[in-house]
Design a binder for this molecule. Structure first.
Ligand code: ADP
Ligand code: ASP
Ligand code: MG
Length: 538
């Protein structure tokens, strides 16, 4: 059996859903498949916005509601081509009536409880899974099953803990009795023992799929998304990033914890325990290899990827009163844990004079007042300073299992950042050396990521830009020679010569991407009037 999960953009509209159904159909030719779907693209955000607006007594929540309804009605209209259309429309209308009533309740009460938010935000998956199951049924022997009847959780409504014992039993029993080739289930949603709706956290449909894969001992978990795998860095920030063919569970976990959103961090644990491979694939380019995550990746590169987290605050507590006094870190971390604050990174100098922790920006105020309260007495006696707060930071991290066997990687990392004027505020490197992290200004994050990507993943080719003035006999021969030798120079001398400006006594041309040397004569004839001043200004 295989488990296939499709994310929000993969199911954002009728055309995309058609691609999904094709992929499911192909997978089901050879074995049974469980298909987990996210809400249609952007639906969850809109539902949360609608609920928040309603709770603040803002009637524009209905606008969001109508947008979501229209998106779903369109898909039903386009894709349910059989005589079941009316039945499907009726069910969808019933779900939207329930949603409207819940939103109206928030509007009238002027409040939204975590319980109500979990119920409302889960409607996206309820709708998408039902509609997609009906589309899949048109060409396959398929069935719909509500994940809330299988996945049982704690009663923390927006990021609930799974009760694996009950959940696994439910899944095994249900799938043993079901003989359908395809089972379509919603991601993200679950419920407590007593049947109250919960969710597994934003991005949690990946986790739902992993829970099913582990419970059912699947052969493979496939995560279908909008990029062709886990990339060496976030492809929307680093243009040169490329998909990593193979990577270990630990590396994938580390990259996802440090911001590689392509996989929700808790997803790896359940499948890792069962040694079930995860494959990340692109719904829009299904023929591309994607990324294989397993225990034994065929990849010996020391650095596998670079990831980053934004919106970080650095908190430092320091003071002479901390030196040699045991229990300071215990009190600090206990305070943060009691306030339910996630610590992303820790550094402490061996002098024990200061401890520095990185947290998410949204927790800053809560953390600062809790810490200052804990160290109230020491602060009053000037043994410890009030917490020092630095905001607008990002963490960038190099990740790779083999980094420990290679010397000088942190040196390369920090000197590359330094050479590019990226100021480092704190550094952390675990003893396992799977991760080397640096805290930098958010403003520098894009530059920092690109610098590190170039340092560790890109072939270093020296770029030489030439302006050639004079294209008589000698100039012509020179250009022909460059044209002829360019590939050789690139391969053997790691040098790329690009002619970016050309001039004769009458005309001149410029192109920062490089002038086509097979055609320069024609381009020059049609160029602008030559002028020494302009030529030099360039
Ligand atoms: P889905 O809706 O399918 O769950 P997500 O939006 O959650 O998809 O995750 C896919 C996105 O993750 C990509 O479009 C990409 O912008 C982002 N991303 C961030 N870092 C990485 C990375 N290292 N590799 C691949 N994608 C990444
Ligand atoms: N729809 C949910 C979200 O947007 C879960 C998911 O897509 O994984 O967070
Ligand atoms: Mg996702």
């Amino acid at each position: 059996m295989k488990v296939l999960k499709f994310g929000g953009s993969s199911v954002a509209n009728s055309n995309n859903i058609k691609k999904v159904v094709k992929i499911v159909h192909k997978a089901a030719e050879t074995e049974k498949v469980a298909v987990i779907v996210s809400a249609f693209g952007k639906t969850t955000n809109k539902l949360i916005e609608a609920a928040t607006l309603a709770a603040s007594n803002d009637s524009s929540y209905m606008k969001r509601f109508s947008e979501v309804k229209e998106q779903h009605d369109n898909v039903v209209q386009n894709l349910i081509t059989t005589d079941k259309k009316e039945q499907v429309q009726n069910r969808v209308t019933t779900l939207f009536k329930q949603l409207e009533t819940l939103l109206e309740g928030c509007f009238l009460l002027r409040e939204i409880t975590p319980k109500a938010m979990a119920t409302i935000s889960g409607f996206g998956e309820l709708l998408s899974s039902y509609i997609i199951s009906e589309v899949v049924k048109i060409s396959n022997k398929a069935v719909y099953k509500d994940s809330r009847e299988l996945i049982t959780t704690s009663n923390v409504f927006d990021k609930a803990q799974v009760n694996f014992k009950t959940t696994n039993n439910n899944c095994i029993t249900y799938f043993a009795e079901n003989n359908y080739k395809v089972t379509v289930l919603p991601g993200f949603i679950a419920q407590t023992e007593s049947g109250v709706a919960t969710t597994l956290g934003r991005g949690g449909s990946d986790y739902t799929a992993a829970i099913y894969a582990a419970a059912l001992d699947a052969d493979e978990l496939q995560i279908w998304t909008d990029v062709s795998g886990m990339y060496t860095a976030n492809p929307s920030i680093v243009r040169q990033a490329f998909p990593i063919a193979e990577i270990s569970y630990q590396e994938a976990m580390e990259l996802s914890h440090f911001g590689a959103k392509v996989i929700y961090p808790p997803t790896i644990q359940p499948v890792l325990e069962k040694n079930i491979p995860i494959v990340i694939k692109n719904t829009f380019e299904p023929y591309e290899e994607g990324t294989l995550i397993s225990n034994t990746p065929n990849n010996t590169a020391p650095v596998k990827g670079i990831s980053h987290i934004e919106n970080i605050t650095l908190l430092t507590i320091e003071g002479s009163g901390m030196v040699g006094v045991s229990g300071t870190s215990k009190r600090l971390f206990e305070t943060l844990s009691n306030a339910d604050i996630n610590v992303v990174l820790i550094t402490q100098a061996s002098s024990e004079h200061s401890i520095c922790v990185a947290i998410y920006e949204e927790d800053t105020d809560k953390a600062v007042s809790a810490i200052n309260k804990t160290f109230e007495v020491e602060i009053e006696r000037r043994k410890v300073k009030p917490v020092i707060v630095e905001k607008d930071l990002s963490i960038i991290a190099l990740v790779g299992d083999n980094m420990r066997n290679h010397q000088g990687l942190s040196g390369q990392m920090f000197s590359a950042l330094g050479k590019n004027n990226v100021n480092i505020r704190a550094i952390a490197q675990g003893a396992s050396q799977k991760n080397i992290s640096a805290v930098i200004d958010s403003m520098d994050a894009k530059k920092g990521l690109n610098t590190l990507h170039e340092q560790f993943f890109e072939e270093k080719i020296k770029q030489i830009n030439l302006f050639v003035s004079g294209v008589g006999n000698v100039g012509k021969k020179f250009l022909a020679q460059i044209n002829q030798q360019n590939d050789y120079l690139k391969e053997h001398l790691k040098m790329n010569i690009r002619v970016v400006g050309l001039s004769n006594s009458k005309k001149m041309i410029f192109n920062t991407e490089g002038i086509d040397l097979n055609n320069w004569g024609y381009a020059l004839e049609n160029g602008q009037k030559a002028s020494i001043e302009d030529f030099f200004i360039r």
